[in-house]
Ligand binder design. Structure first.
Ligand SMILES: [Zn+2]
Length: 289
């Protein structure tokens, strides 16, 4: 049995929640790149990871979402990204201490391919560098998250697959009237087919949408692929309060949509922006009941 099959053999696998807000609660400045804290404040990053394991996550991610050289092209410490990635895996593994699996996070480059802000060879090289560092450090799998562009997602999948690790690939559905397409206009059907063809082991959606909005997206992904589905929804849609982004969904409200999400085909469930260990503990209690 593959690792992926094993993790979902007895029902949905529970993932973690948001990291950025938890790090901010521990002193990370708004606007600072969280990933470099893997070197500067490893203890505080480990606290966040451990809080999710303690809340019941069977799979935790790593604080490496932005640790690629395209996203950090102007960061003064960009030459330390290999260390940042390796430290991110090491921190999550210490926190997991054998109680949870560590799936290493890879996010987008944050530059538009279509308008020429970045080119294909540069993006591919950035993803290859990051995927190799994460694999070398002993990640159990790689999770590609928050992708809006199918080409970019495909480059990341190829780079991740080259490590030999299982690969999860997620896009962010936050656009269109029904919030059922990515910023680049990709539909769940198009994404599921392309991600499956590219050889990812799990097809997912994360961020951008509340859990209620991700129920129909999940059903459409599931109908378009034979791979297991991974969903990490936000705690509702973001709202602005002054300059602050807030999420209003409570853990109880979030959990009230869990059965619908699982019925729609989700095998891996967790939270994205606005969620915290209390959400994961509530999901754990519901799954165990
Ligand atoms: Zn998010």
């Amino acid at each position: 049995m593959t690792l992926i099959d094993e993790l979902i053999a007895e029902g949905p696998a529970l993932l973690d929640g948001a990291w950025g807000t938890e790090l901010q609660a521990r002193g990370l400045a708004a606007g600072a790149v969280p990933d470099f804290w893997n070197l500067e404040h490893a203890d505080r990053v480990e606290e966040v990871a451990r809080a999710y394991v303690d809340a019941g996550s069977g799979i935790i991610l790593t604080n490496t979402f932005r640790a690629n050289v395209v996203a950090q092209e102007n960061h003064p410490d960009r030459s330390r990204l290999d260390q940042v990635n390796r430290a991110g895996v090491a921190i999550s593994k210490r926190a997991a201490a054998g109680r949870a699996r560590v799936f290493a996070s890879m996010g987008p480059g944050g530059k538009l391919l279509l308008s020429g802000q970045v080119d294909e060879p540069t993006l591919r090289a950035a993803f290859e560098q990051q995927a190799q560092a994460l694999a070398t450090a002993g990640a159990d799998a790689i999770v590609i998250e928050t992708m809006a562009d199918l080409d970019e997602c495909g480059f990341a999948i190829e780079a991740a697959r080259a490590t030999g690790l299982p690969v999860v690939a997620c896009m962010v559905y936050d656009s269109g009237k029904r919030k059922d397409r990515t910023m680049m206009g990709v539909t769940p059907e198009q994404a599921a087919e392309a991600i499956t063809r590219a050889g990812a082991d799990v097809v997912g959606a994360n961020c951008g949408n509340g859990i209620e909005g991700y129920v129909p997206v999940c059903a459409r992904l599931a109908a378009a692929t034979d791979r297991p589905i991974w969903i990490k929804a936000n705690a509702g849609l973001p709202e602005l309060r002054g300059s602050e982004v807030i999420y209003r969904t409570t853990p109880d409200e979030f959990v009230s949509h869990l059965d619908a999400l699982v019925d729609a085909g989700a095998s891996f469930v967790g939270g994205c922006c606005g969620t915290n260990p209390a959400f994961i503990a509530a999901l754990r209690a519901h799954l165990d009941a």
